[in-house]
Ligand binder design. Sequence first.
Ligand code: SF4
Ligand code: SF4
Length: 201
Amino acid sequence: MLRQMRLCRRPARGGLPLDVGVVVSNVGTAFAVCEAVRDGKPLIERVVTVTGRGIKNPSNFLVKIGTPIADLVEQAGGTAGSISRLIMGGPMMGIALSSFDLPVVKGTSGLLLMTEEQDSKADYLPCIKCASCVRACPMHLLPSTLSVIAEAQTWELAERYGVSDCIECGCCAFVCPSKRPIVQLIKTTKSKLRKIRENRE
Ligand code: SF4
Ligand code: SF4
């Protein structure tokens, strides 16, 4: 008889997957670990996807860490249209970069060039309390409330609403009809809370 397997493991609030014996890694990291252990090769290069409506020929490149982002953009045919944002990572969880002169770092898995046309910032509207984000949240949080707390800059209130449990998956922002930048607002809240804690120490 097959033994019943324990399929669902949840770390305690504020804990890490490692607490329940799990390491979560993306394919790139797993491959880098393999090369380091098997071949003794340090992380000196990585695959970077350059994509978005703001690039002429979206492409994947295997590049050395430290390669200027401007060189990758040039290799991908250059920019198309007026660029409003350069994002390192995906559209929902990525980090906005301030310049094309920055280098590829070990966490640069992708570069997204958004044009002014598609930039949702312009369409950012107030919350209409539809609760779509609440239904979408895998961590059972209240993303709408967290976003309003961030706008009100009442950072410490966010702790009571479990902001540290947010895994920044982006599901809430994806379903939001008001196109609210919920993940960015949550990231800002976390960063402010970190600074508040540091100042207390
Ligand atoms: S980004 Fe955070 S708040 Fe939004 S759905 Fe994911 S876990 Fe929930
Ligand atoms: S999905 Fe957007 S509009 Fe709807 S409750 Fe959430 S934040 Fe508000």
